[in-house]
Design a protein around this ligand. Structure first.
Ligand code: HEM
Length: 465
């Protein structure tokens, strides 16, 4: 019997939205600004696997715990660059995030940069992370007069500054600016452009319609490349060897003719990749955590009591960050409800059948819809409820593996996971210890999408304790 593939088979077994139009596909009710939340809504009625056809492009979304467990099997599946990510190659080329599995620069850069993500490397970033958190509190101290602070915007300042300084010893002077650094504006423009135009551009008419936006995007890309070249130039200008950071690892390998050395263009791709991947998602994670803390006074009180007990009034040492176990659970739970990189692609590397029901040929791919996976029935009767105790060790042990994937899976999972967690817990602890935070009681959570997720328009009022 031949193996029918997801691509070719009669797709009746995989549900799709009701009103499918010829040529256009499942576009009724689509919102191009919030495709992820749109898909989550559709999944609520169609279940843990469904497809959407957008202008002839077929997407299969999977979120069932059993399916994702299988999709995590690296002997049958690997990363797939879904169209929204593939279009980011304009920005990141064959950098770590956007490299195809077969591209040699992926393994070279992965080997070269892995030492920058070990525990001892984290220890070396700790001081800088504290310094940047200190700049945030200096900035916020000037705003304790009742003026609301824009949380996502300030968290973005903080995380961009942290990755700039730890990774490249480069400061964006984020807290000295009244407006976001132009790098952030250009990056947000490029990410939004990629999200909004990926599908439209698959038709000739669509390509015509996006011409003006494409020109604007080209200017954004040019500007981003200029900033990155400036970061590299600044380092080269400062002498032969620089501090032991990501950039130095790459430049040294080139100088010493290391077998894993990467060329100039790929170094640029890696720098832009880390500047983007290294701050946008962590900023969202911090913003969601602060949102939930402001909405749950009992959680906030418990988290703060922990910080007071573990840190006291002292500057926390490296080891004292991981001791904030409850704060970590708040972060984990926020990333459960709103994983800020909300989907990843997996493709079959052998002919196979998903959960014994859906045949897939080599190259067939699906998107894992992470927020839906994180609301699978394995998470209990009320998966929408915010409950940090979901991450108590005994509760984690009671759930099957592979039901929590905010950092992706397998070989291509997030290299920056420990970095993000250390930074986020350190910053949450710093904020909780210093301020009473009050959210606007009328604020309704609204989520902006630009490949990553971010609460939009969420503000806090601060009072020094
Ligand atoms: C809360 C924060 C973060 C989240 C939720 C997150 C999430 C993810 C996810 C889901 C992937 C896999 C994507 C895929 O399979 O297509 C990924 C990959 C990646 N992340 Fe993160 N990330 C975070 C923070 C960071 C940080 C701080 C850095 C760098 C310092 C970073 C650098 C990367 C890179 C380079 C990759 C590509 C890895 C590879 O394919 O080899 N991320 N991240």
């Amino acid at each position: 019997m031949s193996v029918e593939s997801l691509r070719e088979r009669d797709t009746a077994a995989i549900p799709h939205p009701r009103w499918r139009l010829p040529v256009l596909g499942d576009v009724l009710g689509i919102n191009i600004r919030t495709p992820l939340q749109n898909s989550m809504e559709i999944g609520k009625t169609l279940g843990p696997i469904f497809e959407r056809d957008v202008l002839g492009n077929r997407f299969v979304f999977a979120s069932g715990a059993d399916m994702v467990a299988e999709l995590s099997d690296e002997s049958r599946f690997a990363k797939h660059l879904a169209p929204g990510v593939a279009s980011l190659r304009e920005l990141g080329g064959d950098g770590l995030f956007t490299a195809y599995n077969h591209e040699p620069n992926w393994s070279k850069a992965h080997n070269l940069l892995a030492p920058a993500f070990t525990k001892s490397a984290m220890r070396s970033y700790h001081r800088t992370m504290l310094d940047v958190a200190g700049e945030l509190t200096e900035y916020w101290d000037r705003r304790t007069d009742g003026t609301p602070v824009d949380v996502s915007s300030d968290m973005t300042k903080l995380t961009l500054e942290t990755i700039g300084r730890t990774g490249f010893s480069y400061s964006f002077d984020s807290f000295e600016r009244s407006r976001p650094h132009p790098f952030v504006q250009a990056m947000v423009g490029a990410l939004s452009h990629s999200q909004r135009t990926t599908f439209v551009k698959t038709s000739a008419l669509g390509r015509l319609l996006t011409r003006r936006a494409d020109r604007r995007n080209a200017r954004n890309l040019e500007y981003l490349a200029e900033v990155v070249d400036e970061v590299i130039r600044a380092r080269r200008g400062s002498g032969d060897t620089g501090p032991e950071d990501l950039l130095e690892l790459m430049l040294r390998a080139a100088r010493e003719d290391h077998p894993d050395k990467i060329d100039e263009l790929n170094i640029r791709h890696q720098v832009v990749t880390f500047l983007v991947a290294g701050h946008e998602t962590t900023s969202g994670a911090l913003s969601f955590a602060l949102y939930y803390l402001s909405r749950h006074p009992e959680v906030l009180a418990k988290a703060r009591a922990e910080v007071d007990e573990v840190w006291g009034q002292e500057t926390p040492e490296f080891e004292q960050i991981a001791k904030l176990r409850y704060v970590r659970r708040v972060l984990d739970e926020s990333l459960r409800l709103w994983p800020t990189a909300p989907a990843y692609g997996r493709e079959a590397t052998v002919d196979t059948t998903l959960v014994g029901k859906y045949p897939m040929k080599v190259g067939d791919w699906v998107l894992v819809l992470i927020p839906a996976l994180h609301r699978d029935p394995v998470w209990g009767d009320d998966p929408e409820a915010f409950d940090p105790d979901n991450f108590l060790p005994e509760r984690i042990r009671s759930r099957p593996a592979h039901v929590y994937k905010p950092f992706g899976t397998g070989e291509r999972a997030c290299i920056g996971r420990q970095f993000a967690v250390h930074e986020a817990v350190l910053v949450l602890g710093t904020i909780l210890r210093r301020y009473d935070i009050v959210g606007d009681p009328d604020y309704q959570l609204k989520i902006a999408e630009r490949l990553t997720l971010m609460p939009e328009g969420f503000t806090l009022q601060l009072r020094c304790r």
